[in-house]
Design a binder for this molecule. Structure first.
Ligand code: ZN
Length: 361
């Protein structure tokens, strides 16, 4: 069985105005943040017929949650997403159980781990992982009132530093971020990133936390792999995001949504770091211990072997999936979903597709 779906649209306020219209086929004049390709109850993908019209069904009518282990998104960020951390399998299972009790906050959306990788479709900027203590301290030393936070950073006590920074955030301090980055000798693009944070989130208690986060840029086709437990905030850009099928986001700042400081700190995995994959365009992206492997394929043909969950998103141009049931043409912005138990298939593209496979069965 090969099913063809379109993405379920998410119009979060940080999205680019009509940033996904080339894939969603719909210009709304408003922010378009994410298109979801998967079976997550927060946005199961609608099935489409060969001319692109909805059939009235979605992927969840054909596959169980366990059969679709991955969620793939096309993402368009005009401004920074929240400073966030995702739970690993153990933290998610325990947190989910806890929130079934009466009176407990509903922090999680599902009982699953969220480990993710962002692959740039255009130059992409992000905060991910921790800066060295020395560098974080050298920025924050130039922001007034942060001496306790700086001491905690120097003592490598990240939870204490987070709590200190959240307790002292005030607009006049947040407004010092860019000049503090400059005084610390950071390169111009990082100073500009902090200027964006202070301009977009002048009253946000979590804004100063970005000074603790490492900064990175991705060229087209490069990726950052973010294991569960690693903090991050994507700053701007358009990309393909691949993750385990979860929407568990525990926020610390840069958001109008609820912030759960204790739960975010519990979810941190201080033993893990992001992996930046400096691949050539078209290389296989397979970070160490990743539950998925991804390839951006331009103008070519590739086998999609049976035995693993597979999904192919047509990013640009023409694509054809062929399998034992014949050929299926994929419109731009749609995806072919193939279960682990289904036979071998092939994808051929005159354009660009994202080929994603689970490595977990
Ligand atoms: Zn994330």
């Amino acid at each position: 069985m090969v099913l063809v779906v379109r993405g379920a649209v998410k119009d979060y306020d940080w999205g680019i105005v009509d940033g996904l219209a080339a894939w969603s086929d719909e210009a709304t004049g408003g922010p378009q943040a994410e298109l979801w390709f998967g079976v997550h109850p927060g946005g199961p993908s609608p099935l489409v017929d060969p001319v692109g019209d909805d059939t009235g069904e979605h992927l969840g009518h054909h596959f169980d949650v366990e059969e679709i282990p991955l969620l793939v998104k096309l993402l368009a960020a005009a401004r920074p997403l929240s400073v966030q951390v995702h739970p690993d399998a153990e933290t998610a299972a325990a947190g989910w159980k806890r929130q079934q009790q009466p009176g407990e906050a509903r922090v999680l959306s599902d009982p699953y781990e969220k480990t993710e990788m962002m692959i740039a479709l255009e130059p992409f900027e992000a905060f991910a992982g921790w800066r060295s203590a020395e560098q974080a301290a050298s920025i924050l030393e130039n922001v007034q009132g942060t001496s306790a936070a700086v001491a905690a950073i120097r003592a490598h006590d990240i939870p204490a530093a987070i709590r200190e920074l959240l307790s002292i955030s005030a607009p006049e301090r947040i407004g010092q971020l860019a000049s503090a980055a400059q005084a610390a000798g950071l390169p111009i693009e990082q100073i500009e990133a902090y200027r964006t944070v202070q301009e977009q989130y002048p009253n946000d208690t979590g804004a100063l936390l970005t000074a603790m986060l490492d900064y990175l840029t991705l060229d087209i086709g490069e990726a950052v792999y973010v294991p569960a437990g690693v903090p991050h905030s994507y700053i701007r850009g358009t990309g393909v995001e691949v993750m385990t099928s979860s929407d568990n986001v525990i926020r610390l700042g840069l958001t109008g949504k609820p912030v759960f400081v204790d739960r975010a700190i519990e979810a941190l995995r201080l033993d893990l770091e992001p992996q930046i994959v400096r691949a050539e365009f078209g290389d296989t992206l397979w970070p160490t211990a990743s539950p998925f492997v991804v390839r951006l394929l331009r103008d070519g043909r590739e086998k999609l072997p049976k035995g693993a969950y597979r999904i192919v998103v047509n990013v640009e141009g023409k694509a054809i999936i062929d399998s034992d049931i014949g050929e299926i043409s994929l419109r731009q912005g749609t995806a072919a979903v193939i279960g682990a138990g289904d036979p071998d298939a092939w994808v051929q593209t005159a354009g660009l597709v994202a080929v994603v496979q689970s490595t977990q069965r």
